[in-house]
Structure formats: C-alpha cells, structure tokens
Design a protein around this ligand. Structure first.
Ligand SMILES: NC(=O)c1ccc[n+]([C@@H]2O[C@H](COP(=O)([O-])OP(=O)(O)OC[C@H]3O[C@@H](n4cnc5c(N)ncnc54)[C@H](OP(=O)(O)O)[C@@H]3O)[C@@H](O)[C@H]2O)c1
Length: 256
C-alpha cells in the first residue's frame, strides 16, 4: 500500500494544500483525489477497498498520496486514524466526506438491518469524521470541510427511504456545523449532487448526467468560493425547488 514512508516525516511541507478524502476509492471521491492532486494538494485517501486506492495512487505519479483502508462505520477507529493522518500529511486544510452507499431497495421492502447499515455509513460515518475535523479546524481557526450529501435528501421518496433520510440528516448536521464553526473561520460546504456518472447511478434512469471528474472540479470551485450549501451542477436547485413545493398529497402518488 503506497502509504507515507515514515509517520514522523510529514508528507507535505506546504501549508494550505493538505487534504483528506473519505470515500476515495471510486466515483466522486476518487475524482476529487485526482483533482486535488492536480491542484497541488497532498492527499490522504480513505475507503475500504485498498486495491482501488493503491491503483488510484499509482495512476498519479509524482502526486503526494497516502492511502488507508478504513470502514467509516467503525466509529471507534476514527480519532486515532485522524490524528495519524494529520501527522503524516504535516497538517490539514481541507476534508471531503464522500463515503456513501445506496443499495437497491424493493418497493415493499422494510429491512431494518439494511437501513441501519446505510445510516451507519452515510450518516454515522459523517458524524464520526466531521466531529474530529471540527475540533481540529476550530482549534486551528481555519479549514474547509466539504460533505457530499444529495438532492435525494430534499423529500421523503418512496424509492429508498433510508438513503434520502441519511442525506437529509447529513445536510442538517453540516448546516449546524457551518453555523457553529463560522466564528472560528472554518468553512463548511454541503454539496448536493444531482445525477453523477458513477457505479451508484449505473443502470438507473437519469438525466442531466455529468462525469465524476467534472463534478469534482465544480465541488472544489464552489468550496473555494465559500459556498455554504449548493447543488452540483447548479441547475439542480430548480429540481429541488419544484420537488419541495409539491404538496404531500400529490407527492405520495409519485413513483420515484
Ligand atoms: N452518483 C450520484 O449520482 C450521486 C448523487 C448524489 C450524491 N452522491 C453521493 O456521492 C458520494 C459518492 O458516491 P459515488 O457516486 O461516487 O459512488 P461510489 O463510486 O460508489 O463511491 C462511494 C465511495 O464511498 C466509499 N464507501 C462506501 N462505504 C464505505 C464504508 N463503509 N467505509 C468507507 N468508505 C465507504 C466507497 O469505497 P469502498 O467501497 O472502497 O469502501 C467509495 O469510495 C456518496 O455519498 C453518494 O451518496 C452520488
């Protein structure tokens, strides 16, 4: 695994360009690692699949990448791992929480085990990581925290109740962190993507689909502009607006 050679030797001496991406082995997270590396960041990339992380690191010769295999639902491991990665990077300026799952859910399926696993990864992992990051950035009085939520959190759809609920919770939690951390000069950016071309959308009916690389560019540009909560691409705000204004009595007849 292409980790930093020695924990005592910081990976990157450049303040302002040290990033951590959680959920980095594919899709949007992997594209963010590539884009951050292209923008001169040293990056710590985390996910469960170490082979994909290694491959990603190998595909970026010359980039300063450290990888770790980690399951975000193993909450107890987070504080020590966070501390270790900050030490290896030589500091921390930007964090993206991109880990998430969206398993298929049948129309009449009510499976608590499946739902609670989704909640633990999509929201529990976000809480475990973002709280550590919040403490660190607050003490440092700088930093940017980006959370990849979803437009799916705007309403309670029939299709996948827990996926939407986990993203709604994430959006709410990140807003609260943004409000708490503003006085410490810490930026918290909630990204709500529409349809992005990754394994998550494979085989699904989509529209306005954009690639993960374009998505990553837009995410980093929006965060750099200090956006609080924003759609990617921006035009999805219109869909969200329409979806939010549909009365419940009508919404419950819609099949998506
Ligand atoms: N694609 C879209 O249209 C879309 C739209 C809105 C929001 N999003 C959100 O964007 C984020 C990225 O999704 P994607 O589309 O890029 O799909 P993806 O390619 O499946 O990426 C998901 C990432 O999350 C990681 N992950 C999943 N479970 C994990 C766990 N237990 N511990 C650590 N990492 C875990 C995966 O790595 P491992 O499997 O290796 O652990 C992978 O790196 C997700 O939060 C998703 O909900 C996607």
């Amino acid at each position: 695994m292409p980790q930093a050679a020695a924990a005592s030797k910081p990976l990157d001496p450049h303040p302002g360009r040290r990033a951590l991406v959680i959920g980095a082995s594919s899709g949007i997270g992997a594209a963010l690692v590539k884009e951050l590396a292209a923008r001169g960041y040293a990056v710590a990339a985390l996910a469960r699949r170490s082979s994909e992380l290694d491959e990603l690191a190998r595909s970026l010769p010359g980039a300063r990448i450290v990888t770790r295999s980690h399951d975000v639902s193993r909450f107890a491991e987070v504080p020590a791992l966070f501390e270790e990665l900050v030490r290896e990077l030589g500091g921390l300026d930007l964090v993206v929480f991109a880990a998430g799952i969206m398993p298929e859910v049948e129309r009449h399926e009510y499976d608590s085990e499946k739902d609670l696993r989704m909640l633990a990864i999509n929201f529990g992992g976000c809480v475990a990581w973002c709280n550590e990051v919040a403490k660190f950035f607050r003490a440092q009085r700088s930093g940017t925290l980006i959370g990849i939520s979803s437009i799916a959190g705007e309403r309670g759809r029939k299709g996948n109740p827990m996926y939407g609920a986990s993203k709604a919770a994430m959006t709410h939690f990140l807003e609260a962190l943004r409000n708490r951390l503003a006085e410490a000069n810490v930026k918290v950016c909630t990204i709500k993507p529409g349809f992005i071309d990754t394994v998550m959308t494979k085989g699904k009916k989509t529209f306005w689909l954009i690639g993960a690389d374009e998505c990553a560019r837009q995410i980093l540009d929006k965060a750099a502009k200090g956006k609080g909560e924003t759609f990617v691409p921006t035009r999805w705000w219109f869909v969200a607006f329409v979806v939010r204004t549909i009365p419940s009595a009508i919404f419950r007849h819609m099949n998506f």
